[in-house]
Design a protein around this ligand. Structure first.
Ligand code: ASP
Ligand code: MG
Length: 470
């Protein structure tokens, strides 16, 4: 069996839901899948806004926003469910949640305080609503399915906003509650992202957490694969908005996927795939709208990896904008130990994470999120030495597992970037990425040049005129 996870855009409209249902019906021919859903796109953000508005004491505005959430889901029901009786039943079901949401809103306005715990409660309604509508629509379209409140299965610790599962309990629950249904051919529809503590308080796994839910269930159920259905053709060679020739990557390793995610590509979060890596369960990133396209397979299985990749050397080019370079210079570094520890202590105290780093005997260059840089942090750094800051830079990283085994890649990277001013260079410690830091204004040209170097297309010849004779 497989786990099929549909993201917000794949359940964000009635048309998208119908398409997702068709994909599930197709999968069901070979066995009932576990279907894990996100909230409809935009709804989690709206719930967070409702919480904030209620917390700030604006009850009327919060209620208006709740009414919009209600209208949105009612419209979906109207479009998807023809049978009068079923429609009535689903409306009653979503009304239970919407009434609770309204009461919660009033409660928060009265106490005038919004805790992490109540925020999770707010956020949980997105998935509870999307799955309720979707499960009914599946049944209406003739796919027999069972809806499960995952809070009876996904039992977590009480780190609200970033909860993690109590694995043994979850595994047992999965086997007792979900598996028997799948075994008799019933599709199970449930919520990603949410869970509950042992005492029954609602928790969430953090934003984007439904991918993690899917991977966890895949690992507890020993599924054949985990399918992440989204609205793009899998993981791309680079952002297609920047380079129209970007293609989808057929197959990549878990470490390539993790590295790309860290380096700014919109791929699965590395935590997400960890449960799949442990059990070596292949993860497919697929396009809901093109179910027959192959998407991207993420795996470490040498058999599956064999001969399927194009480009070979480089898998993808990732970009992270809105970064800043910090240069810290101090003669105190020279021939002494302990400086780095003092430096990192400052980052630790301000909760700022270092992205790229490069050092010499007397200076250290680091990149951080531009938005994280603030006056008191810089003042603190000044106690260690001279500090220079360059804002509005971007990191561009070339990622591929085979980079470490190949000669001449760095040469190709740097010669294709010969017209770009490189502010910093780093060969990732993992040896599977080479990164450069450049001005944000140079990103389009740099990515285009790198893409042409490693994934040549006809357009490249036109843009980058080859010197005669080459
Ligand atoms: N709905 C949640 C979010 O928007 C979880 C998810 O979509 O993965 O973050
Ligand atoms: Mg998501």
């Amino acid at each position: 069996m497989v786990v099929m996870k549909f993201g917000g855009t794949s359940v964000g409209t009635a048309t998208a839901m119908r398409q997702a249902i068709a994909n599930i019906a197709e999968e069901k021919k070979t066995g009932a899948p576990l279907v894990v859903l996100s909230a409809c796109s935009g709804i989690t953000n709206q719930l967070i806004q409702i919480a904030a508005v209620a917390g700030a004491g604006n009850l009327e505005e919060a209620k208006q926003l709740v009414a919009e959430v209600r209208e949105f889901h009612l419209d979906l029901i109207k479009e998807l469910i023809g049978s009068e009786e079923l429609r009535k039943e689903v409306i009653e079901n979503i009304d239970v949640y919407l009434t609770r949401l309204e009461r919660l809103t009033e409660g928060i306005e009265i106490v005038g305080e919004l805790t992490e715990r109540s925020k999770d409660r707010f956020c949980s309604f997105g998935e509870l609503l999307s799955t309720t509508v979707f499960a009914a629509a599946l049944n209406e379209h003739g796919v027999r399915s069972e809806w499960i409140d995952i809070r009876t299965v996904m039992i977590t610790d009480d780190r609200y906003g970033f909860a993690r599962p109590l694995v043994e309990i979850c595994r047992k629950n999965t086997n007792e509650i979900i598996k028997p249904l799948l075994d008799v051919g019933t599709v199970v529809v449930t919520q990603g992202y949410i869970g509950a503590t042992e005492s029954g308080r609602t928790t969430t796994l953090g934003r984007g957490g439904s991918d993690l839910s899917a991977a966890l269930f895949g690992s507890w159920l020993h599924s054949e694969s985990i399918e992440i259905w989204t609205d793009v053709d899998g993981v791309m060679t680079t952002d297609p908005r920047m380079v129209p020739e970007a293609r989808s990557i057929r197959v990549m390793t878990f470490s390539e996927a993790a590295e790309l995610a860290y380096l700014g590509a919109k791929v699965l979060h590395p935590d997400t795939i960890a449960p799949a890596v442990e059990k070596n369960i292949p993860v497919y990133v697929l396009n809901t709208w093109h179910p027959s396209a192959k998407g991207t397979l993420i795996t470490n299985d040498p058999e599956l990896l064999k001969g399927k990749s194009h480009g070979g050397l480089v898998k993808s080019i990732a970009v992270k904008k809105a970064q800043a370079i910090l240069n810290v210079r101090s003669n105190r570094m020279f021939g002494r130990h302990g400086f780095m520890s003092e430096l990192f202590d400052v980052f630790e105290r301000f909760g700022i994470s270092v992205e790229m780093i490069s050092t010499s005997e007397v200076s250290v260059s680091l990149t951080v999120d531009d938005a994280a840089v603030n006056e008191s942090f810089i003042k603190e750094l000044h106690t260690l030495g001279e500090v220079e800051i360059e804002h509005k830079v971007a990191t561009v990283s070339v990622v591929g597992d085979n980079l470490r085994m190949s000669k001449g890649v760095a040469g190709r990277i740097f010669s294709s970037l010969c017209n770009v001013n490189l502010r910093m260079i780093s060969q990732g410690a993992s040896e599977i990425n080479v990164g450069v830091v450049i001005d944000e204004g140079d990103v389009a040209a740099a990515v285009s040049a790198l893409h042409c170097e490693f994934f040549p297309s006809d357009r490249c010849d036109a843009i980058f005129e080859k010197p005669a004779g080459s």
